[in-house]
Design a protein around this ligand. Structure first.
Ligand SMILES: Cc1cc2nc3c(=O)[nH]c(=O)nc-3n(C[C@H](O)[C@H](O)[C@H](O)COP(=O)(O)OP(=O)(O)OC[C@H]3O[C@@H](n4cnc5c(N)ncnc54)[C@H](O)[C@@H]3O)c2cc1C
Length: 556
C-alpha cells in the first residue's frame, strides 16, 4: 500500500478485485505492465463469492443461441481442470427428465430471437441434442467423458431416491470448484509474483476522478489518496455503472439478477445425490441444482431482477422455493430450516436486458471503451467464473492496444498457484505428501486440499514454530499466522469466509470466532476494542447476510 500511495501512479488501474479484475491483473502483470488493483472489500468477496461453484460449459446457454460462449466455456473448463486441478475437479452431473418432447418448439425460436416469454420444460429430445453439441465442443480436450442417456429403470437403479415419475436421466460431466475464493487468491498471487510493478490492495475503494487521477479511499484508515494511470479498467461486476458514476461517467450497461443458495448439513440428501450434481428443471422452468460439496449439500439458485445498490440476501421465500425443488426431485426426503448451515446470495453482472426474462439474459461478456475523458476507461460488462482466464486475456489485449504494447505470453496452459505440479493420482499424492509434508500426519490431506502444492511452503512455515489447534478443529495458530503474513488478511471475516471454509461449512460458532479472533489479534496488532469490533462485525455479517444465528452450533 505504502509503495502505491507514495508513487501515486501506474500504467493500469483495475477497479474491482473479483475474479475478472484479478484475472486481468495477472494477465497484465505477466506482460510486464505496471498495474494496481483496488478492491473495496476483500478479494473475491462480491459476486465471485456467490457462485454455484461450477466451472461449466453452460449447456443451458445453447438454448439462448450462445454458441460462442458455450464453446469458450467448455474449452476453459477443460483448461482449468489441467491448470488448476487443486480446486477444479470433474463433476458428474445428472439431469432427471420428465418428458420426451416438450420445449422443442420454443427452443429454435429462442435461438433466433434471444428473447422469451416464459421458460418451458425441456424434454429428453432437446436435452439430447444439447448434450451432443456439448460433447462436440468438448472433443478437443478429452478431459471429461461423453454424456450417457438412461431409461427410467436404470436411472432409478443408479439414483434410487429420485422421483419415480421420471422418464429418463441424462448424465454428463462438468467441473466443480470447491474453493473459489482461494482460487481467486492464487490467481492474484501469481500476478503479484510475476512483476514488481504489480500491486493489489484490498479494502481500498475508488470513489471519484480528478483529471487523470482516480481518488481512492483506504477503508481501514479512512484516508484518501490518488493514483494516476494511463488506462483505468472498471471490473466492478454488478456495480460497474455505480463505479462509472463515481468516476463521473454515466453508463447504463448493467442489469444484474440476484441468485441465492443454501448449504445443508443433511446426510440423507447428500447420500441421495451419490456424489453427483443433480441439475434439473423446476416446475417454473428455471434450471436449478442440488450438489454435494465438502460433505454438505449446496442447493440453488434463483434468478430475480435486482438493484446493485442494495445488499443481496437469501430470503425466506427463496428458502421455500429451494425446499420445493428438493421435494420435486427427491419426494421422499424431508428437509427443514434447522439443516441450513449457511445461506448466500449475489448479483450476477449481467448486461441490461429490458424485456428478456432473467433466465434468458445473455451470460456472455463484452468490453466497452470510453476515450472521451483524460484517460481511457475500459468497462467490463458480464463475465462468468468459468471464463475468467480467457476474459482476462481479452481485456488485457484491449488495454495493451490502448498502451501500444504487445503481448509477451499467454496464460493458456499456465498452471495457477498450487495447481503447479499437483499430484493427480492416489499414488502420486502419497509420494508428494511423503516428500513435502513430512510429519504433517492426518493434516497433510487437508493442507493439500486447501493450498494445492503451495502446501509445501505452508507446512515448512508451520513446522518452524510453536503450533496449537484452533476451536474449528481444522485451522491452527501457526497456519493462521501464515495466512496473515502471506495472504493479505485484514479482517476476521477474511479468514472465516474466504481463506477457510469455516462459515460455509456451518462451523462459525461463537466459540470458533472468539478463538480465531484472539489468535489473530497479536498478529495484526489489534487491541481489545478492535478485537471486539471485529467480532461484532463478523457476527453481524453472518447474521444479516448469511442467515446465521450464532450459538454453540451454527444453524440458519
Ligand atoms: C447466484 C449465482 C450463481 C453463479 N454461478 C456460477 C457458476 O456456477 N459458474 C460460473 O462460472 N459463474 C457463476 N456465476 C457468475 C459469477 O459468479 C460472476 O459472473 C463472477 O463472479 C463475476 O466476477 P467479477 O469479478 O466480474 O465481479 P465481482 O466478483 O462482483 O467483483 C467486482 C468487485 O468490484 C468491487 N467493487 C465495486 N465497486 C468498487 C469500487 N468503487 N472500488 C473498488 N472496488 C469495487 C466489489 O467489491 C467486487 O468485489 C454465478 C453468479 C451468481 C450470482
Amino acid at each position: 500500500m505504502r509503495e502505491v500511495r507514495e508513487s501515486g501512479r501506474t500504467s493500469v488501474l483495475v477497479i474491482g478485485g473479483g475474479i475478472n479484475g484479478i484475472s486481468t491483473f495477472r494477465d497484465l502483470a505477466l506482460q510486464g505492465i505496471d498495474v494496481v488493483l483496488v478492491e473495496r472489500g476483500d478479494f473475491a468477496s462480491g459476486t465471485s463469492a456467490a457462485s454455484s461453484h461450477m466451472i461449466h460449459g453452460g449447456i443451458r446457454y445453447l438454448e439462448n443461441g450462445e454458441f460462442r460462449l458455450v464453446r469458450e466455456s467448455v474449452q476453459e473448463r477443460n483448461g482449468l481442470l489441467r491448470i488448476a486441478p487443486h480446486y477444479v475437479k470433474p463433476l458428474e452431473t445428472t439431469i432427471p427428465i420428465y418428458s420426451t418432447f416438450s420445449g422443442i418448439l420454443a427452443a429454435p425460436l429462442r435461438f433466433l430471437t434471444h428473447k422469451s416469454g416464459k421458460p418451458q420444460e425441456r424434454g429428453a429430445f432437446l436435452i439430447k441434442v444439447g448434450l451432443m453439441i456439448y460433447d462436440t465442443f468438448s472433443r478437443d480436450g478429452g478431459t471429461v467423458p461423453r454424456h450417457r442417456f438412461l431409461g427410467k429403470k436404470r436411472s432409478l437403479a443408479e439414483l434410487p431416491d429420485l422421483d419415480p415419475n421420471i422418464k429418463y436421466t441424462a448424465t454428463y460431466y462438468d467441473a466443480s470448484m470447491h474453493d473459489p475464493e482461494r482460487l481467486a487468491l492464487d490467481v492474484l498471487q501469481d500476478g503479484r509474483a510475476a512483476h514488481a510493478g504489480a500491486h493489489a490492495l484490498n479494502y481500498v475503494e475508488a470513489i471519484a476522478r480528478d483529471g487523470d487521477k482516480v481518488v481512492l479511499r483506504d477503508r481501514e484508515s479512512g484516508t484518501e489518496f490518488t493514483v494516476a494511470a494511463d488506462v483505468v479498467v472498471n471490473a466492478s461486476g454488478p456495480w460497474t455503472d455505480l463505479t462509472n458514476g463515481a468516476l463521473g461517467v454515466d453508463t447504463r450497461y448493467m442489469g444484474g439478477t440476484k441468485g441465492s443458495h443454501i448449504v445443508l448439513d443433511h446426510p440423507e440428501l447428500l447420500d441421495a445425490t451419490r456424489g453427483r450434481e443433480i441439475f434439473f428443471e423446476h416446475s417454473d422452468g428455471r434450471i436449478v441444482l442440488i450438489y454435494p460439496l465438502k460433505g454438505r449439500v449446496l442447493v440453488g439458485t434463483t434468478d430475480i431482477d435486482a438493484d446493485p445498490g442494495e445488499i443481496a440476501v437469501c430470503t425466506e421465500e427463496e428458502v421455500d422455493y429451494f425446499f420445493d425443488l428438493i421435494h420435486h426431485v427427491f419426494p421422499q426426503i424431508d428437509v427443514s430450516r434447522e439443516q441450513i448451515v449457511f445461506r448466500f446470495s449475489g448479483i450476477r453482472p449481467l448486461p441490461r436486458h429490458e424485456d428478456t426474462a432473467p433466465g434468458f439474459v445473455s451470460r456472455d461478456y463484452r468490453i466497452e471503451v470510453d476515450e472521451k475523458g483524460d484517460v481511457p476507461l475500459v468497462s467490463l460488462v458480464g463475465g462468468k467464473w468459468t471464463t475468467f482466464r480467457a476474459l482476462g486475456e481479452s481485456l488485457a489485449n484491449v488495454v495493451l492496444g490502448l498502451l501500444d504494447r504487445t503481448r509477451r505470453v499467454s496464460t493458456a496452459g499456465a498452471p495457477i498457484g498450487g495447481g503447479r505440479d499437483f499430484p493427480r493420482t492416489t499414488k502420486a499424492r502419497r509420494i508428494w505428501i511423503e516428500e513435502n509434508l513430512t510429519g504433517a500426519g492426518e493434516r497433510a490431506g487437508r493442507l493439500l486440499a486447501r493450498y494445492g502444492t503451495r502446501a509445501a511452503d505452508v507446512w515448512a512455515f508451520i513446522s518452524q514454530g510453536e503450533d496449537a489447534p484452533l476451536a474449528d478443529g481444522d485451522l491452527s495458530t501457526r497456519e493462521l499466522a501464515w495466512m496473515v503474513e502471506n495472504e493479505m488478511v485484514a479482517r476476521l471475516e477474511d479468514v472465516v469466509m474466504r481463506r477457510t471454509s469455516i462459515a460455509f461449512l456451518g462451523n462459525a460458532t461463537s466459540e470458533v470466532l472468539d478463538d480465531v479472533a484472539e489468535a489473530m489479534a497479536p498478529l495484526l496488532g489489534w487491541d481489545r476494542a478492535r478485537l471486539d469490533a471485529e467480532l461484532d462485525q463478523t457476527r453481524r455479517l453472518l447474521n444479516e447476510r448469511h442467515g446465521l444465528v450464532l450459538s454453540s452450533r451454527t444453524r440458519g
